[in-house]
Design a protein around this ligand. Structure first.
Ligand code: HSE
Length: 433
């Protein structure tokens, strides 16, 4: 039986999940795969806190270099983009394979890390970095390898999905539900990365790099979070037959590769619209497989640990295979003919607008004229019957597909109208057909 020595750096929630999985399932995994994973070291600055896993004390060390030296595969679970990068580059330089759940690090510095790994002939595997337990990296690299992928759309942040689901179910405000999410442990004490869309953007960047063979470049991702979403837009969307989800979207188009994270209206009848609570889901469209959906837990110690251990087994199985034969990492050499990323202004989308206006004759005509001048076609339109206290009301309209730059220009012009009484709310709509 092939034995593979595993060292973990970072003994937090996910580190404990990985250790637990190896200790609990290594026999059954060995029978199934012919690979026995042996936990050799766990490094963390804090080795006294009880992590809820019965790890032999002699495995614990405060020295990451020991974990690197004594392992065949190093699991980096420190997080962040500074010390984690140092450990990964040291492991690669020592000729060790690396498994990481660190989406921020790979999305920001992946080109350097993947190139170093390629030069050294080692793997950097990162299934756990995107959508936790869902094997979406493997699906893109292997299950869908025969496809030209045209688009990926995913709910890839459980915190935001929990907040949006709860806002819809209860009609409560964003701030109120965020506090509940923090109380329940879904949201961090500092939730900025999740609620501002950064975490989703990191994951999306990695999915796009794999699907389209492009180097990572976070400067090309358009990122909007959910902090400005109002309960009334969730309610109006529901009335129109849509649910609002924070989506990560990447598409291969004539004008380049789209990369965007933002709240989006999704038709209620789509499976993606019915992904609730902290769950994750990703829809991939390929020319042969057509549409396929992947659903599961995007966070948590054991779900994420499951993805890490799957990577360990994959690396162990292919470690003796020539580097050129192994699953490819997203590097500049992966697809030299790939398109570049699209300018966000060229993105084609349809839109939801909520326009606060004076309730008097001619206002709608002014708005319709501006939309027409910008080649924007209205799909449907409602005006709420009951005027607000100050004789103003709100027009809610959905547009047909149009260019982002055109809708932004139209909004700037509408915003100048004397009869428009406040900030126009813009949300994007994804039919996901
Ligand atoms: N904080 C993330 C989420 C999980 O809420 O989905 C780790 O990326």
């Amino acid at each position: 039986m092939k034995e593979v020595k595993v060292g973990i750096i970072g003994f937090g929630t996910v580190g404990a999940g990985v250790a637990e999985n190896i200790l609990k399932n290594s026999e059954v995994v060995a029978k199934r795969t012919g690979v026995k994973l042996v936990l050799t070291r766990i490094a963390d600055l804090d080795i006294t806190t009880d992590r809820g896993v019965a790890v032999p004390r002699e495995l614990l060390t405060t020295d990451a270099a020991v974990a690197i030296r004594e392992s065949d595969i190093v699991v980096e679970l420190v997080g962040g983009t500074t010390i984690a990068k140092k450990f990964i580059l040291e492991a690669i330089s020592a000729g060790k394979h690396v498994v990481t759940a660190n989406k921020a690090l790979l999305a920001e510095h992946g080109n350097e890390i993947f190139s170093a790994a390629q030069t050294k002939g080692v793997n950097v595997a990162f299934e756990a970095a995107v959508a936790g337990s869902i094997p979406i990296v493997k699906a893109l690299r292997e299950g869908l390898a025969a496809n030209r992928v045209s688009s990926i759309a995913g709910i890839i942040n459980g915190t935001c999905n929990f907040i949006l689901s709860t806002m819809r179910d209860t009609g409560r405000s964003f701030d109120d539900v965020l506090k509940e999410a923090q109380r329940l442990g879904y949201a961090e004490a500092d939730p900025t990365f999740d609620i501002e869309g950064t975490d989703s953007a990191h994951k999306l960047m990695l999915l796009s790099a794999i699907a389209f063979g492009v180097p990572v470049d976070m400067t090309k991702v358009h990122i909007e979070g959910i902090t400005h979403l109002e309960a009334k837009d969730i309610k109006f969307a529901e009335e129109l037959g849509y649910r609002i989800k924070l989506l990560g979207i990447t598409k291969y188009t004539d004008y380049g590769i789209e990369l965007r994270v933002h709240p989006a209206l999704v038709p209620t009848r789509r499976l993606l619209a019915n992904v609730e609570g902290a769950m994750n889901a990703v829809v991939v469209k390929g020319d042969a497989a057509e549409s396929s959906l992947y659903y599961g837990k995007g966070a948590g110690s054991e779900p994420t640990g499951s993805a890490v251990v799957a990577d360990l087994i994959d690396i162990a199985r292919t470690a003796e295979v020539a580097v050129s034969e192994r699953p490819r990492m997203p590097t500049t050499t992966h697809n030299p003919k790939a398109k570049s990323f699209a300018d966000f202004g060229d993105t084609v989308c349809s839109y939801y607008l909520r326009i606060p206006v004076e309730d008097k004759p001619g206002v709608l005509a002014e708005i319709a004229r501006i939309l027409a001048d910008n080649k924007i076609s209205i799909e449907s339109l409602i005006q709420k019957e009951a005027p607000l206290e100050d004789a103003s009301t709100e027009i809610i309209l959905l547009t047909h597909s149009t260019r982002e730059a055109d809708i932004q220009r139209a909004i700037r012009t509408m915003q100048q109208l004397a009869n428009v009484r406040g900030a126009i709310v813009l949300l994007r709509k994804e039919e996901l057909q």
